[in-house]
Design a binder for this molecule. Structure first.
Ligand SMILES: Cc1ncc(COP(=O)(O)O)c(C=O)c1O
Length: 460
């Protein structure tokens, strides 16, 4: 029996219910084909009017989440097989302006994927890429290319220290599995990349959020946590933090590195967005090399379906990380690592990054224009942290934006622990949207902010 968690603050109630439906369908709580409670039954359980549930079911049906069958009930919609073929895990819905995906999609006319595949297909040693179990840390030439790629905006590292992973999420997973045991405490920014919250759940780790200011993670909060508890590690994003888009200045990096060293706390530095920096700053891996595991990937800089990431552990721990690769996946697909290596070697990876930088700058400037009264300044990024002004409540804003066809992500999704979330949403500029569609989405958000919440009387 579906027991929805409805935010008590969110008005109107029917939108809160559509939100809960959407969330529970996306997260698999309500699998396709599930029969929902009758309107009367759900209304009774939630203590709302039957009309509220009817309105919510009706809206969810129009949004393609549910299907009503006369005489049988209301069901979570099953996807047709044909539709599944073209579907992806991102839940793309052409009817919605999706500003919830933090990345920038490659130029669709970019021919480099085909060209690289053709180049690889002509290699005399092509079969070697699939006929053998190559070394767990990756093939030497892939690690060498990775070291060069990391060094563009990250730390200068020797190829022997680079371990190839199946994406940055896999990199973070094997690092945490290597350094921490169930129950260990991992510190992180108080709003953080949701994938780390998922990993903490998977690995049975405790997470504690640390305060941020406009320069990112606060050193006093880190120092205090090190003194008052026994953290195993700090997971943080010094460059274009997800979700806030903040970047640590050099002084801040030095302070964080010094605290990690003096309290002997391991740092997991996630740098998937660092490639966008036009003025790269030294990484924590450079400032505290014996304490830092540097993690990055090619999902944001190149394309997410490649599933190639890199981990640079402290020199003495490379073998342990390679052992964790073996235990988790044996090795990362050499064919995919070859594709990335080909892109890097041909210079096309650099061109792609150049394109992403300039496109992100254009989109960022557009967002600054449209959201000017509400958006504080910050570095160019494809995700923005938009404060939600009074008298809005964040969840109500997200629900009203959704009702107007725009998806943004509320701060709650990024919160660690039970502290109350800041009044903010993450707005992403580079999902699958064209520039005009992005502008339309931003304008709808600006209009909502300018108008304020609809007055709703829902208590009788
Ligand atoms: C901050 C951050 N780290 C890691 C990842 C995971 O990247 P990958 O696709 O390489 O696993 C993401 C993806 O959204 C991210 O935003």
């Amino acid at each position: 029996m579906w027991d929805p968690l409805i935010s008590p603050d969110l008005e109107p109630k029917y939108l809160a219910l559509v939100n809960a439906l959407d969330r529970d369908i996306r997260t698999g709580v309500l699998p396709p084909g599930t029969r929902l409670p009758t309107q009367r039954e759900l209304a009774r359980r939630l203590g709302v009017a039957v009309g509220t549930v009817s309105r919510a079911y009706d809206m969810a049906e129009r949004q393609g989440l549910l299907s009503g069958e006369v005489g049988r009930g209301t069901f979570v919609r099953r996807r047709e097989w044909a539709a599944q073929e073209g579907a992806n895990d991102e839940g793309d819905d052409p009817a919605l302006l999706d500003l919830s995906k933090s990345r920038l999609v490659r130029d669709p006319s970019d021919p480099t994927l085909r060209r690289a595949l053709e180049a690889i297909s002509r290699r005399p040693d092509l079969d070697r890429l699939v006929d053998f179990y190559q070394p767990a840390a990756g093939m030497a030439r892939h690690r060498t290319a990775g070291a060069g790629w990391i060094g563009r905006t990250g730390p200068a590292v020797e190829p022997e220290r680079v371990v190839i992973t199946s994406g940055a999420q896999h990199g973070a997973a094997i690092v945490l599995a290597t350094i921490a045991r169930p129950g260990d405490l991992i510190l992180t920014e108080e709003v953080t990349y949701a994938g780390i919250k998922a990993l903490a759940g998977l690995l049975h780790l405790q997470l504690r959020g640390l305060e941020l200011d406009e320069h990112g993670l606060r050193p006093d909060a880190f120092e205090h946590a090190c003194r008052s508890s026994a953290p195993r590690a700090l997971f943080c994003m010094p460059n274009l933090q997800n979700p806030t888009g903040r970047t640590m200045p050099l002084v801040r990096r030095r302070e964080i590195a010094a605290i990690a060293e003096s309290h002997d706390v391991t740092v997991v530095e996630d740098d998937v967005n660092g490639f966008l920096s036009s003025d790269p700053k030294p990484s924590l891996a450079q400032l505290a090399p014996a304490h830092t595991y540097y993690v990055t990937g090619t999902s944001k800089s190149l394309a997410p379906g490649l599933r190639i990431g890199y981990v640079v552990p402290p020199a003495q721990h490379v073998d342990r990380v390679a052992a964790a690769i073996r235990a988790s996946t044996w090795l990362t697909s050499p064919l995919l690592a070859e594709l990335v290596t080909e892109w890097i070697a041909s210079g096309e990876a650099d061109e792609m990054v150049e394109w992403k930088r300039s496109e992100t700058t254009v989109r960022y400037q557009l967002a600054r224009e449209v959201l000017a009264p509400w958006l504080p300044s910050g570095p160019v990024s494809f995700h923005l942290w938009l404060p939600i002004p009074e008298p809005w409540r964040t969840e109500a804003f997200v629900a009203q934006a959704r009702a107007r066809g725009v998806l943004v992500t509320p701060s709650q999704e990024f919160m660690v622990g039970r502290e109350s979330a800041p009044h903010a949403v993450r707005v992403c500029l580079g999902g699958t949207l064209s520039r005009p569609r992005l502008e339309e989405g931003l304008r709808r958000l600006a209009m909502l902010l300018a108008q304020g919440p609809e007055p709703v009387l829902a208590v009788y």
